[in-house]
Structure formats: C-alpha cells, structure tokens
Design a protein around this ligand. Structure first.
Ligand code: SF4
Ligand code: SF4
Ligand code: SF4
Length: 548
C-alpha cells in the first residue's frame, strides 16, 4: 500500500522539480510567477548551514524546519518520496537491475557511515567560515548540473531538431509545437556555460554509481541524507517486525532501497530507511509494517556512541556507527578549511576581472551566503552568469560571476535576486538595479578600432543601455595609415554613468580580447577612488525625476 502511494508521489515531485527548473530557464519575463526556489527552501542542509554561517534564515528558508519536523515523525521520507536526485538515482538503479546478479544480499555496509563524515565536515566548515554546502547538497548539485551541464545541449538539440523538421513534410505539425516551446520554455537565445562538460560528468558519474550499488549517492555520500538520517534515528517512526511470521527469506532486504536491514530482528536502521515501503510490499507473510513509537531521544548520545568503530551486530535499533577518530578528522578538515580559505589572498581580493552579480556585496559577504545552486545562472536572460573555477580561491569554486565574453547583465533585469534562495544576491527593485554598479568599462585604446586604426565603429555606444548613455562618441582628428588627416568618433566612458553591465564588451566586434572591457572597480558599496555612487544617485538627466 505504502509503495503504491509512494511511486506516483515520487514521480509527481520529480515532475514538479523539472517544471520549476524549466520555469526559470530565462524566458525573458520580468518576474517569475512560480515558487521556483521552493525545493531549496525546504532543504534543511541549505537552511542549517547558511544559518550557521550568517546567523539568519533568508526568505522562506525557515520552511526547511518543517522538513526536519516531518523527518522526526516520518523518518527519511524526503529521500524516498521527495528528493529528485534520489528519484533519478533510483530510476538509474532500476534500469541497471537486469545487469545485477539474480539475487544478492543488499544489507547495510560500513561505507554508509561516510555520509555522516561528509555532513560533519560541511557543518564544521560552515561554522568555521567556509560554506561547502553547495558542492555536495543534492538539490544544489542537481540544479547546477542540469542548468550548466544539460540544458545547453538539450536546447540546441531541440532548436536543431525543430529546424530540421520544419524543412520536411512534418513542418506544419512541428512548427506550432516548437513555437509554443520557444514562447513558454526556451531562453531567448540558447545558453552556454563555462565548465558545462564537467558539471554534466559529475551528475552522470553520481547516477552511474547507482549501477554499482543501488542509490549509492543516497546511501554513502549525501550530507542531506545524513542530516535527515540523524533526525530519523531519534524520531518516532518504527518498522514493526514479526519474528513469528518471518521465514528468513531476506526478500525485504533485497528490495530495500536504503540498505536499512529490515530483515534483522531488532536491527532495522531508521537512519538508513527511505520509507519506500518496498520491504512491507515484498513480505508475502505480512511480517513487516510501519508504525509509530516514542521518540528515541536517548539515541542522541548513547553511552558507547563515540567508542564504537565497528558495525553494531546486536543493536536493537539501528544506530549511526561513526568512528570517533574518523569523525574528528572530518570535523577537523571542515574546521580548518575556513581559516585556510580566508587566509588565501585571492579570497579577500579577487581578480579585478571577477565581476559578481548585481548587489552581491563584498566578496566575504557573498561567499558566506552563496550555495552555488546555479539558480541565478539559469535565470539570467543575458547568459551573463557562469560558475567560476579556482581563480578566486577554492572557497569560491562554482560560485557565479559575470563573464562578458559569453553574455552580459540585462540593464532592467532583477531576476537573479528573485531566485537566489539565500540572499547572496539581494532582491532589488528595477530602479535600484539600474543604479547598482557591478564594475566599470575601460576602453583598451590599442585595440579599439577608432583609436588604433582610425576605423569608424559605434557598436559599444549603440548598445550602452543607460540613459543618458555612459559611452559617448567624441570627434577626434587622427592621421590614417595613408598619412591623411581623418575625423573619427572615439568612444569615451563616463564613470558616473557606467554600471558595468558589460553589453559593450560582449558586443565589441574586436576578436579575442574586446577593445572595451569591464573590471570590478567602483562596485556599489565598495567605496574608494572609483566610488561614483553619489553622482550615480542622481545621474545626469534624471535629477528632476529624482526630485519628483
Ligand atoms: S546578472 Fe543581470 S541579467 Fe543576469 S539575472 Fe542578474 S540582474 Fe538579470
Ligand atoms: S548567488 Fe546564485 S548560485 Fe549563489 S546561492 Fe544565489 S542563486 Fe545560488
Ligand atoms: S558596461 Fe558598457 S554598456 Fe554597460 S553601462 Fe558601462 S559602458 Fe554602458
């Protein structure tokens, strides 16, 4: 019965997750009508670690407390019923099933302790100054991988396929379908991202591990699963096992998704159980059923917990066997990663070419909040935001930055602030956004066509979106290569008006390095000699509007 309800619910959550993912693929809308952050907002690992890091819960992250409460009552239902990465792992394992041996024992293994070590490192890191959550949290990992790794090739296949069909006899049928897709789900232009292949490979590898062992990621590595398992361990859910009905066939353990040992009398492990219901459904003698009991609060710190290094063979209720030394090492690694990362000079002073999303605050403030979920990269209509590698230090790995070689920041857009679940990118009104400075454009005179070659070019001035324009064309008399005097218009950037949106760099026709480039100087709130915020507060031409 439980299994029959679980399967449609699980597929429903997967479809909802994919629908919300598609809703944010940068369709050019000014605001998003759907609760696109909801999966991240109910993720207790995101909630807990950002709260430990910043002392606050942004937006609706407090909803993650409900997940904890429900896990206390219902065990790891989130893993078995809700988590889309869990469902994908399970589907992969299901596909692999014919390859597996006819009938192998699938009981608990010591490697399932590793996830608690991962959790220990992540939590200790959050306390010590390094927010690793996004690297390993399943929802952040899945959203980022699908956005950066899979959406670009899928979009290209869709667009290419539609073009191919349109030229054939099926064109009359395919064209309306493609038009609907284009208007409702596709980005204005097919996105592309840095590190796309790496992100796709990571997800494929994680799913492929399910071929080796069913739901390998969930059983062995997932820190969110470990957190929910720790809660389930002290919670109220029970698996009632009937010794008299059990024939010892171990079918329940064979079908168990979490390797929670439902066949072991008194040895079922609530911290590993996904409440999938496969065990109760597979027992022909109806020897198993779920029920509720009193909370096992004494299980939080059993007297022998820190000394136990081997799997308990006589535990009456499954416990979390984490070796003390291993746990201390994991916590130590997490704790030391913060000070080491912060000591790195690159973190405090990232390269000037690193442009953070609008309103992101100082580098320290940003890294304390960003969980690298990739929502902002997904929603960016200019395809400006990309995951960075190690250029700003290891603590900044896969955080978003604007890359003007690939895209730009749309002047009127506020979408990344709307989707960011942790407030790493603040929610700005359109007016605030238009005044938020992410950098400053510099003309590279030896590369710029009117300066270097006396060749007319007005591309950057044409595209500059500010009003009045931050780029003006100034008439200049220059000597051409034939020695003759020529009059050309050369671009100049007004630092009081430039917001660093980067469309000039993106559109510049000069091959290789653009002849106008944006650097992270003069960002809003940064202060220093490039802080033109006072003049930007009432830009030329807007004074009357401001007073009104
Ligand atoms: S970076 Fe700019 S264009 Fe991209 S989502 Fe954010 S505000 Fe919009
Ligand atoms: S800044 Fe982007 S990647 Fe970081 S938490 Fe916000 S939406 Fe996610
Ligand atoms: S970055 Fe370029 S296009 Fe954007 S406001 Fe500055 S000068 Fe204009």
């Amino acid at each position: 019965m439980l299994r029959k309800i679980r399967i449609p619910v699980q597929l429903g959550f997967l479809l909802l997750f994919l629908y919300l993912l598609i809703r944010t693929l940068g369709t050019g809308e000014d605001s998003l009508g759907s609760p696109v952050r909801i999966f991240l907002e109910i993720d207790p690992l995101v909630g807990l670690t950002t709260w430990l890091r910043t002392g606050a819960l942004h937006g609706l992250l407090a909803l993650s407390g409900i997940t904890i409460l429900l896990s206390f009552l219902l065990g790891r239902f989130f893993c078995g019923w809700v988590c889309p990465l869990g469902t994908l792992s399970q589907i992969t394992a299901r596909i692999a099933r014919p390859r597996r041996e006819e009938r192998t024992s699938d009981s608990w293994r010591p490697s399932q302790r590793w996830k608690y070590l991962v959790l220990g490192a992540v939590v200790a890191g959050s306390l010590a100054g390094s927010l690793w959550t996004g690297l390993l949290d399943p929802l952040c990992l899945l959203i980022r991988s699908l956005t950066v790794g899979f959406a670009p090739p899928l979009e290209r296949i869709l667009r290419g396929g539609a073009a191919l069909l349109a030229s054939g006899p099926l064109g009359t049928l395919s064209e309306p379908a493609y038009r609907w897709l284009r208007d409702n789900t596709l980005a204005p232009r097919a996105p592309s991202y840095e590190q796309s292949a790496l992100m796709a490979s990571i997800l494929l590898l994680l799913l492929a591990l399910s071929w080796v062992r069913r739901r390998f990621w969930c059983r062995v590595l997932c820190p969110l699963g470990a957190l929910l398992g720790a809660v389930a361990r002290v919670g109220t859910l029970r698996l009632r096992q009937s010794e008299s009905a059990c024939s010892g066939c171990t079918l329940c353990t064979f079908h168990c998704q979490g390797a929670a040992d439902p066949d072991r009398m008194g040895g079922w492990r609530p911290s590993e159980c996904f409440v999938c219901g496969n065990c109760t459904a597979s027992c022909a003698r109806e020897g198993l059923s779920f029920g509720f009991g009193r909370p096992r609060l004494s299980a939080i710190f059993p007297s022998d917990w820190v000394r136990r290094t081997k799997p308990a063979t006589t535990a009456t209720i499954g416990g979390i066997e984490v070796g003390r030394r291993r746990l201390l090492i994991a916590i130590g690694i997490g704790a030391i990663s913060g000070p080491i990362g912060r000591a790195s000079p690159s973190r405090g002073q990232p390269p000037a070419s690193l442009i953070r999303p609008p309103g992101a605050g100082t580098e320290y403030e940003f890294l304390d909040k960003c969980v690298r979920c990739g929502e902002c990269m997904k929603v960016c209509p200019g395809n400006g935001l990309h995951p960075i590698a190690l250029e700003a230090g290891p603590l900044a790995l896969w955080t978003p930055a604007l890359r003007f070689a690939h895209g730009y920041c749309e002047y009127h857009c506020t979408l990344c602030g709307q989707v960011c679940p942790t407030g790493a990118i603040p929610l700005l009104s359109q007016r605030e956004k238009e005044r938020t400075v992410v950098g400053l454009a510099y003309v590279d005179v030896p590369l710029c066509l009117p300066y270097a070659y006396a060749t007319p070019c007005i591309v950057c001035e044409e595209h500059c979106p500010t009003s009045p324009k931050a780029i003006t064309l100034v008439e200049a008399e220059v000597r051409g290569f034939d020695g003759a005097q020529k009059s050309v218009r050369q671009p100049r950037v007004d630092p009081h008006l430039c917001v660093g949106c980067g469309i000039c760099e993106y559109r510049c026709p000069v091959e290789g390095d653009a002849a106008i480039r944006v650097y992270a100087t003069g960002r809003t709130g940064e202060g220093g000699p490039f802080d033109f915020s006072l003049s930007r507060a009432a830009p030329r031409g807007r004074e009357t509007e401001e007073i009104a």
